[in-house]
Ligand binder design. Structure first.
Ligand code: 3PG
Length: 391
């Protein structure tokens, strides 16, 4: 696979797919992590004298123009971060884009409109692929967050132009790839989040790789139930109890330490104002629900993290959106921030949590992928990565 360093980009028009699918509120970007993460690639291209044509999706407009999903606020933020003008077009391709491209010079940046406004994007449609290819001489894919989608701007156009990975894509694949293929040991994975259903493949795959598998979050209670304890009104996926047992058996067979909560914060209501108390895992009252891991569990997880050379974390430990149940997630974030081992945040909610709690800079790697990092950790080949591998 070629990387950005291998291409001579001077004087070339470079179509660069980025993932600027960022959270927004009232027309403003509320978290620009993904935009900042793409800067090394963009700045490199600009320094080397390319015309940079940036393409991204935002949200899921499903092939229609949705005013709130235009990329203008993203262009504005990018322009602030780069300290230079970003030419933003209101269309994805065609006359307006061609005109903009005829007026720019080397070292300029053009951001085309949300590519998912065009129905051809998600269909990987040949005519849209051709329109992208006609704009540029080279293709760079730096959109790791979208690498699990086989769309016109992520895979289709890669086949039409000389192509390479951007620096962000390269780093994500390197860090996550090394963790799974050649991990420093002890290797610990911490898997949280609400549902077992969403983490089945990742737990299954990680059980082949790790020394310790720690679980937390809503999904933990199906495992607690599978161990034979009563869990009150805590989240339960009845149909996943057998699977939970299988996973615990697999861990045992493989010599993986499967680590579960020992105590929890229970609440008499799913709300910020609920009454709460800390109870041992075998003593969850019938009318209460567990919404966070308790202090003894936090300390136990902390010790395991401290003794690990590599830790991957995906999924919050409790309902961290509510302050009353954010303690477990904060404690794990603190453990990772303070440990000497290499720490990887596997995207999505856990990345948002460490960002919100102010620990993002203390981690060795915070993945910009949500679904993409999850699929990567499931051992799947991501189409956006494969398209470049095939070149
Ligand atoms: C993400 O935020 O996970 C990516 O940008 C992909 O978005 P999607 O799930 O709408 O394809």
């Amino acid at each position: 696979k070629k990387t950005l360093q291998d291409l001579d980009v001077n004087g070339k028009k470079v179509f660069c797919r980025v993932d600027f699918n960022v959270p927004m509120k009232n027309g403003e970007v509320t978290d620009d992590t993904r935009i900042r993460a793409a800067l090394p690639t963009i700045e490199h291209l600009l320094e080397k004298g390319a015309v940079v044509i940036l393409a991204s999706h935002l949200g899921r407009p499903k092939g229609e123009v949705i005013e709130e999903l235009r990329l203008d606020p993203v262009a504005e933020r990018l322009s602030d971060l780069l300290g230079k003008e970003v030419v933003k077009t209101d269309t994805v391709y065609g006359k307006e884009v061609n005109e903009a491209l005829s007026q720019v010079s080397n070292g300029d940046v053009v951001l085309i409109e949300n590519v998912r406004f065009d129905p051809g994007e998600e269909k990987n449609d040949p005519s849209l692929i051709q329109a992208f290819a006609d704009m540029a001489d080279l293709y760079i894919n730096d959109a790791f967050g979208t690498a699990h989608r086989a769309h016109a701007s992520t895979t289709g156009v890669a086949e039409k132009l000389p192509a390479a990975t951007g620096f962000l894509m390269e780093k994500e694949i390197e860090v996550l790839g090394k963790a799974l293929e050649n991990p420093d040991r002890p290797f610990t994975a911490i898997i949280g989040g609400a549902k077992v259903k969403d983490k089945i493949n990742v737990i299954d795959h990680l059980l082949d790789k790790v020394d310790n598998l720690i679980i937390g979050g809503g999904l933990a209670y199906t495992f607690v139930k599978a161990q034979g304890y009563e869990i009150g009104k805590s989240l339960l996926e009845e149909d996943k109890i057998e699977l939970a047992k299988d996973f615990m058996q697999k861990a045992q067979d493989k010599g993986v330490r499967f680590v579960m909560p020992e105590d929890v914060v229970v609440a008499d209501d799913f709300s910020e104002e609920a009454n709460t108390k800390i109870v041992d895992i075998e003593e969850i009252p019938a009318d209460w629900e567990a919404l966070d891991i308790g202090p003894a569990t936090r300390e136990k997880y902390n010790q395991i993290v401290k003794d690990s050379k590599l830790v991957i974390w995906n999924g919050p430990m409790g309902v961290f959106e509510y302050n009353a149940f954010a303690g477990g997630t904060r404690a794990v974030a603190e453990s990772l921030a303070g440990t000497e081992g290499y720490t990887v945040i596997g995207g999505g909610d856990s990345a948002a949590a460490v960002e919100k709690l102010g620990f993002a800079d203390d981690m060795d790697h915070v993945s910009t992928g949500g679904g993409a990092s999850l699929e990567f950790m499931e051992g799947k080949v991501l189409p956006g990565v494969k398209a470049l591998d095939d070149k």
